[in-house]
Design a protein around this ligand. Structure first.
Ligand SMILES: [Fe+2]
Ligand SMILES: [Fe+2]
Length: 372
């Protein structure tokens, strides 16, 4: 029961007096602290691919990366529900996850640094991208998933002849909330190479076998997860009945530990078969989705968010959501990141299935995205 009896004028004045001396009345505010269920600052939201790209194209003309005007050329997603948070809306697409699209033009070098925030990338388009992570040069191809976990040196370059685009995801809002951010710049623009190119991927070509030396866990046992292998795994799963919420989904794991590939951010690739109509659930962990291929919509808290290739959408904590592939012939592939590793570490995670209406929310509204 929430105790909010009518307060006397004297008591209300007393509250104001407390506030003026930087104190607070718990009896008046306890319901803000102990909410019945999570009330995320972030809201369900969707960013169109063409909007992000139009601004990145302008940034390509305005900024040179690595030559003094910019360390990175990336446009990040700002959740309108977090816009009031200082500074910079905590870089939040959700309450814990930062997400951006980065563009690297041919010949550019995004210089080497490392930071407390843990990071990952999903390559969207363009050939010729390379990244160096802890002494290893890794080739980037569309559909690949890459990790640069906390405090690992990383720099990027583009040796091709077209701009390369990828999604970045970091736990920046979490790091900002915890006040634990450290950053260090490498003395060299590109860190020295310590192992042969694509070393970790070459060591892990065998599926469920592990090099003997990796019996002891490594932070970056495998730096790159090839799209072809991820797709094969999903095709194998697809011979069996689909999960009612997710269709067919796999998580990227660190093969030396079996845990999430990136220590504080989970990442998944899921396939929604043609015509898939998922049922709804909600959970405390939040997600940022990127549409790798296909088209469809996701209903979040009764609002329909239509998506197509390249779009991004945020599913904040405790948001009802269900995914639909609107194509009757093409599969849809959704890449997504989540804060499940953080929530599980503190036993915060809960999940609930939507029971009414055969698991489907009523659609009360259709989201109108901002377009360029
Ligand atoms: Fe970085
Ligand atoms: Fe979900």
């Amino acid at each position: 029961m929430i105790y909010m009896a009518a307060w006397s004028k004297d008591l209300e004045q007393f509250h104001e007096e407390l506030d003026s001396v930087n104190l607070g009345p718990l009896w008046a505010h306890i319901h803000h602290m102990n909410t019945i269920e999570p009330k995320s600052k972030a809201i369900p939201y969707l960013w169109k691919s063409e909007l992000i790209e139009s601004y990145l194209t302008r940034a390509e003309k305005l900024l040179e990366v690595g030559t003094g005007s910019a360390e990175r050329r990336a446009v990040y997603l700002v959740n309108p529900g977090m816009k009031h948070l200082k500074p910079i809306a905590w870089g939040g697409a959700t309450q814990t996850l930062y997400a951006a699209v980065q563009a690297v033009k041919p010949g550019e070098i995004a210089p080497s640094h490392r930071h407390t925030a843990t990071a990952l990338r999903f390559v969207m388009k363009g050939k010729g991208g390379f990244g160096r992570v802890d002494g290893e040069q890794i080739t980037f191809s569309p559909g690949d998933y890459l990790i640069t976990p906390t405090w690992s040196w990383h720099d990027h370059t583009n040796k091709g002849d077209e701009t390369v685009f990828w999604m970045d995801c970091l736990d920046t809002p979490f790091i900002m909330a915890m006040d634990v951010s450290f950053t260090e710049f490498h003395p060299d623009k590109q860190q020295p190479l310590l192992v042969p190119d694509d070393f970790s991927s070459k060591r892990y070509q065998g599926g469920m076998v592990r090099p003997l030396n990796d019996r002891q866990p490594k932070n970056v046992a495998l730096g790159r997860f090839k799209w072809e292998l991820t797709k094969n795994a999903l095709d194998g799963l697809s011979e069996f009945p689909a999960d009612p919420f997710e269709g067919y989904a796999v998580e990227y794991i660190n093969p030396s530990t079996g845990k999430d590939a990136n220590d504080r951010i989970g990442a998944r690739m899921q396939k929604l078969p043609a015509g898939f109509k998922g049922t709804a659930h909600r959970h405390v962990h939040s997600n940022v989705y990127h549409v790798h291929k296909g088209q469809g919509y996701t209903v979040m808290n009764g609002v329909r968010f239509d998506w197509s290739e390249g779009d991004f959408f945020a599913v904040p904590a405790w948001t009802w959501h269900e995914h639909v592939n609107t194509s009757s012939s093409e599969e849809a592939y959704l890449f997504s990141t989540n804060d499940l590793p953080i929530l599980e570490a503190f036993r915060f995670e809960r999940q609930e299935d939507y029971k009414e209406n055969n698991g489907h929310q009523d659609i009360n509204d259709v989201f109108v995205p901002i377009r360029p």
